[in-house]
Design a protein around this ligand. Structure first.
Ligand code: TNX
Length: 510
């Protein structure tokens, strides 16, 4: 690129960032509140007036479900739905355009052009068009009183390809409907991964047809008194396709060789002493292990991964691998190496918690940092990609402050601001942007009793992780984020999300 063009684009970017922060009339696109903050916003000062006469045009049949998505947003904000038109001309049109050959728009990126007569959302992928609709959704939500959208252009694309949340459904079981509700909340924030922690000491949550006792017995417990539960394969597939309709891929995790009491209780052959332990309802970690030198263990894992792979359209399967405190180190390495082969045999890529960095990883395997900087560095030295979930910064089960009633604090307190003000790029030396696949915020549920607790710990903190994962670091600024969060929170008020109404964030006078 010619140097002058580079300088000019920096100048224009500078102007657009600067103008986003400066006081402007409310019809200014630079002044609207968007979460995550887009890469480039250029206002043009007019307005597009929505009405029931507005029509939707799609340039490809592949966009049928995006049309439905857009209409759902229109209904929610304005209380009516729009008709489709076959003419991409005239006024009062919203055009959704899929342009797969367009090299200027990155995968998952979009352009949103708002003019007085028409709005165009253009993507080089369906996901990109979907994200453009999510941005328009936020603009519509904010303008529900007068249905006027400020004109201008937004050019936007994600920083990281992996933008995730994890939900532990083992310590506490959540129904398909409860998980779908969470998917709705995180999809608007342009999250694209939901990692489900499907097994642990306290319960096994996914039907495996070749190993029926896992659900006949192993699913019947959880932390405390609850009755546990599991997803049938049909229910799980329904969940996976619901998530996919919002461009969220579900990554299933079967945690092993530790965190396996529910499986050990179901099948005696997985235990070195061939004896089944009782079901477990406590909160301790690190006491269980599969028998790592028994072929019965690997036959079991092969059965489980085989069925899970057929239920998983995404490329990853998570094998856990954390806190195997009663597995000898050399047995642990042998085990991870073998499981890696099984995952690959079934056509998937292995992800594991950071302890797996000590095994002989294949180049494609991914390490999820949660605890150990050393393990994360080891993974980076080996050239493996890393997902950043540092407990000290991203664990949604940590309390906000010492007065928080739910959650725990072993990794420290994580106030909203602290959760927002860190950068994955600089947290660990050695993990370059190229090796960081993205970030994920996990919600462990030992101390989460219901969806009220779940909402409270997740929101508003998760909005910050979604923004760190999507937006350029040069755009991340606490005061600006805080004011956008205040606006965004009205959506949670309306939809009954029990977010933490921290007075230092939501009391506008503070
Ligand atoms: C550590 S994070 C764990 C989980 C607990 C969590 C509680 C990780 C890989 N292991 O088993 O639920 O802490 O915060």
């Amino acid at each position: 690129m010619n140097l002058d063009i580079v300088r000019l684009s920096y100048l224009l970017l500078g102007i657009s960032i600067f103008s986003r922060c400066s006081p402007t009339p409310s019809t200014n696109l630079n002044q609207v509140s968007l979460l995550p903050v887009p890469v480039e916003v250029t206002a043009s000062g007019g307005t597009f007036q929505f009405s029931e006469k507005t029509k939707i045009f799609i340039n490809s049949d592949l966009l049928q479900s995006e049309l439905v998505t857009l209409n759902r947003s229109v209904l929610e904000s304005y209380n009516y739905e729009l008709k489709e038109t076959n003419e991409n001309s005239g006024s009062q049109i919203i055009a959704l355009e899929l342009d797969t050959a367009n090299q200027e728009i990155s995968f998952e990126g979009y352009e949103l052009d708002i003019e007085e007569e028409r709005i165009v959302i253009r993507g080089s992928s369906l996901a990109g068009v979907f994200y453009g609709i999510q941005t328009l959704d936020q603009l519509m939500y904010e303008s529900s009183a007068d249905q006027k959208i400020p004109t201008g252009k937004i050019v936007d694309y994600p920083k990281y390809e992996y933008r995730g949340m994890m939900l532990d459904v083992s310590r506490r079981f959540f129904t398909v409907e409860e998980v779908k509700r969470l998917i709705d909340q995180i999809a608007v924030l342009k999250t694209n991964v939901l990692h489900l922690h499907l097994s642990d000491d306290q319960g096994w949550r996914i039907e495996i047809k070749s190993r029926p006792k896992l659900t006949e017995l192993g699913s019947k417990s959880e932390v405390g008194e609850g009755k546990g539960g599991f997803y049938t394969q049909l229910q799980y597939q329904d969940l996976v396709s619901y998530a996919a309709s919002k461009y969220i891929v579900v990554i299933p995790e079967i945690d092993m060789p530790g965190h396996t009491n529910a499986a050990l209780a179901s099948y005696a052959e997985l235990n070195c002493d061939q004896k089944t332990p009782d079901l477990y309802r406590g909160t301790a970690v690190g006491f269980s292990t599969f028998c790592t030198d028994s072929e019965a263990t690997y036959a079991f894992i092969d059965d489980v991964i085989k069925e899970l792979a057929t239920l998983t359209p995404g490329k990853y399967i998570h094998i856990g691998g954390d806190e195997s405190l009663v597995t000898e180190k050399e047995d642990y390495i042998y085990f991870v190496n073998r499981v890696q082969t099984i995952v690959e045999k079934h056509g998937k890529i292995m992800i594991g918690w950071d302890e797996i960095a000590t095994a002989d990883l294949n180049q494609s395997s991914v390490v999820q940092q949660w605890h150990s900087m050393e393990n994360a560095k080891l993974a980076a030295q080996k050239g493996n990609q890393v997902i950043l979930s540092p407990a000290t910064h991203t664990y949604l089960d940590m309390k906000y402050d010492s007065s928080t009633q739910v959650g725990q604090d072993w990794a420290g307190l994580i106030p909203i601001r602290f959760g927002y003000e860190w950068l994955p790029d600089t947290l660990n030396d050695g993990i370059t942007k190229a090796l960081a696949l993205g970030i994920e915020a996990p919600l462990w549920t030992e101390f989460v009793e219901d969806t009220k607790d779940m909402d409270y710990l997740i929101f508003p903190r998760f909005a910050g992780y979604a923004e760190i994962a999507w937006s350029p670091s040069s755009h991340l600024e606490w005061a600006d984020y805080k004011s956008r969060l205040q606006v965004y929170a009205k959506r949670w008020d309306k939809t009954g999300v029990n977010y933490f109404k921290d007075s230092t964030v939501f009391d506008v006078n503070k």
